[in-house]
Design a protein around this ligand. Structure first.
Ligand code: BMA
Length: 341
């Protein structure tokens, strides 16, 4: 095994973990035996929680959760946990305000990500800005959630922030789209000096290199900084005669120029195969949104939505997963370029 290390990330006390089961085949990513960790009807007025993001906070963990309300509209709910497995949710949805502190609620919000950059936590979601688009807010205390400018005009359905500035700029992965169940999509990266003005857009990687990701791809968890580059867990979608199938893929991006893909795993890392992934509100969905990772041990816990119905947890180790991605890497000239055209 190589000596790949997680960089610029603290050790995590109470890291959620389960050892690799004997006889695991294929990618070195294994499910938590008690999955799903969040089941149906978790909050009064919320039928399902899935596609959600968590982070270490104070002496435990905090998360922003996609709660599908009983009126069918998705919103963001806050949850806290001591062990990152058992979660307690606030009964009310997150109350967003504008810069003046006045209520400023999105019409709806789904697939939230939670990323700490320096001393601020950013929440990024898909919402409505005259069509599907990216919404953002910031908080330092998880009491006040202040909206910041929408980074892009419509349509864009999937955005993930890097956990530190690169060359002095905030960096955001996103997937330009249409407003429906978009049947296409590649990952791009954009940079900003201030989290308000976004530009220098670059193409990162395209759908289509493998069958399991032949329709569209999108950023998943915030990239993890490692000695080999940014480790990205993303989702890849293929179309079948009974609908889309969402799997989890892995790639490693260049540390200073993340539009350059150094390695891209030709195999999926996880694909729907358990009952809670294959059966639900939308069947056959594994949708990664966050990791908790411990720089001391290299352990990674991956949080993913299951069948638009539950939250699942899977584990891997940074050295094993990076080795697997490198060993099974297939890139093309578009992936490995700076992404200008
Ligand atoms: C995508 C997003 C996800 C969802 C997936 C499968 O377009 O809307 O929230 O998990 O479809 O339904």
């Amino acid at each position: 095994m190589s000596e790949v290390k997680i960089l610029n990330s603290p050790a995590v006390k109470n890291m959620p973990w389960q050892d690799k089961p004997a006889g695991l085949k294929n990618a070195p990513v294994w499910r938590y035996s008690e999955n799903p960790i969040i089941k149906r009807n978790p909050i009064e007025g919320v039928a399902r929680i899935f596609n959600s993001a968590v982070a270490p906070y104070e002496d435990g963990f905090i998360g922003v959760f996609r709660g599908e309300q009983t009126n069918g509209i998705p919103y963001v709910y806050l949850g806290r946990s001591k062990d990152a497995i058992h979660w307690e949710f606030e009964p009310e949805k997150v109350q967003f305000v504008n810069e003046k502190g006045e209520p400023f609620m999105p019409n709806y919000a789904y697939d939230p990500r939670l990323v700490k950059v320096e001393d601020t936590y950013y929440i990024i979601w898909c919402g409505d800005f005259f069509g599907a688009s990216i919404g953002m807010a910031k908080t330092q205390d998880f009491k006040t959630f202040t909206r910041i400018e929408n980074p892009f005009i419509p349509f864009n359905r999937n955005a993930v922030l890097f956990p530190r500035k690169i060359n002095g700029k905030f960096m955001l992965l996103s997937r330009p789209s249409d407003s429906g169940h978009t049947p296409f999509g590649d990952i791009f990266v954009s940079e900003s000096p201030d989290m308000e003005y976004w530009g220098h857009h670059r193409h990162v990687m395209s759908r289509g290199s493998e069958w399991w990701e032949s329709l569209k791809i999108g950023g998943g968890a915030a990239p993890i900084e490692t000695t080999e580059g940014w480790l990205l867990f993303y989702h890849g979608v293929c179309g079948t005669c009974s609908g889309y199938v969402y799997s989890i893929g892995g790639a490693i991006l260049d540390i200073d120029n993340p539009s350059i893909v150094k390695y891209r795993c030709t195999n999926f890392l996880l694909t729907p195969e358990e009952e809670y992934e294959e059966r639900g509100f939308v069947p056959n969905v594994c949708f990664p949104c966050a990791t908790i990772h411990d720089s001391e041990t290299g352990r990674i816990a991956l949080y993913y939505g299951c069948a638009d119905s539950y939250v699942g947890l899977a584990f891997t180790k940074v050295d094993e997963v990076v080795d697997y991605i490198k060993k099974n890497s297939v890139t093309n000239a578009v992936d490995t370029s700076l992404g200008l055209q």
